[in-house]
Design a protein around this ligand. Structure first.
Ligand code: SF4
Length: 310
């Protein structure tokens, strides 16, 4: 099954929290304010705090409009959320407000923003996201040392500023805020009580605890299920993010599995062969890995995915 190539839209992909999520990618690959050790997309190639008009708003809105028409006519899959996410930090795109407002004029689905939350200390950034329905920021540290170790931020960012920005966002934004905490064994788990205090101060509607699903390119380890459950004692009224709630498009998953049954492929190989967005492929790879149908293989400096019994 081949999907029509869209420049900025990907999916819908199955999301643990959002059901079927139609993604909007507003940035060149790996443009981010952080370079997290657990990033599934690999190292940040452009570490910046500079907000620019990185995509054309009319172009993005035209794609959303055309997808909305296709869904209405039954030519494309329904989705639950339109999600601003993608290959880097969406807050680095200047003009998010125009995209959120424009999208809400053509679709009747909620608009979610997945963000690392690092730029909310700037008032103008907070103003641009006020019309979103849901903001899902992350917070993995409460001290400078852990922020450096886990998130490896741009040198002009401080964890105090990040937390302060999230506190301001909560006061000004009337939609839901779900704060995600990514726990990495031996890196930020001992700081959990301090992160929990910061989460309390922020006052998000939900606190969602996550851990690295599979070791990405870097040698980082997840917390065990028992350790994750133990974290519920540390974070009051938090939840451990459950597994996939939906399976997504079986056709796409079957296509990716079929390719990996023939030969091991890198993420880039799969993107080139299928014309799918890397983020979309990653979601399916994670589902296939969780089902133990495929595994990872490090070879010649590259990361490959393979079906073990091919
Ligand atoms: S904030 Fe997200 S995109 Fe940026 S490095 Fe961290 S995990 Fe990757």
């Amino acid at each position: 099954m081949r999907k029509r190539i869209m420049n900025h839209l990907f999916g819908p992909v199955p999301s643990r929290r959002l059901g079927l999520s139609l993604g909007v990618d507003l940035l060149p690959f790996k443009t981010c304010t952080l370079d997290c050790v657990y990033c599934q997309l690999g190292p940040t190639t452009c570490l910046t705090l500079s907000r620019e008009r990185r995509v054309s708003t009319p172009e993005v809105l035209a794609e959303i409009r055309s997808r909305a028409e296709a869904v209405e006519e039954g030519r494309e899959e329904e989705f639950d959320y339109l999600t601003l996410a993608g290959s880097g930090e969406p807050l680095l795109h200047l003009g998010l407000d125009e995209i959120i407002r424009g999208a809400k004029e053509v679709i009747d689905k909620p608009v979610a923003l997945l963000t690392n939350g690092t730029l909310f200390f700037r008032e103008e950034v907070r103003r641009e996201v006020l019309e979103a329905d849901l903001i899902v920021p992350s917070l993995d540290a409460a001290t400078a040392a852990t922020f450096q170790r886990v998130n490896r931020p741009h040198p002009d960012l401080s964890i105090e500023k990040v937390i302060e920005g999230l506190v301001h966002l909560r006061k000004e934004f009337s939609g839901e805020i779900w704060l995600e905490v990514m726990l990495v064994s031996g890196m930020n788990d001992s700081e959990a009580p301090l992160i929990a205090e910061a989460a309390e101060e922020i006052g998000a509607d939900r606190v969602q605890l996550n851990t690295v699903a599979r070791p990405p390119a870097e040698p980082v380890q997840p917390l065990s299920p028992d350790e994750m459950v133990g974290m519920l004692e540390v974070f009051s009224s938090a939840e451990v993010i459950a597994d996939w709630t939906r399976e997504g498009s079986k056709g796409t998953r079957a296509l990716i599995f079929d390719l990996l049954s023939r030969r091991p492929c890198t993420l880039d190989d799969l993107a080139a062969i299928t014309s799918l967005h890397r983020n979309e492929i990653l979601k399916y790879l994670e589902v296939l890995e969780a089902e133990r149908k495929i595994s990872r293989l490090h070879h010649g400096g590259g990361l490959y995915f393979q079906a073990p019994d091919r």
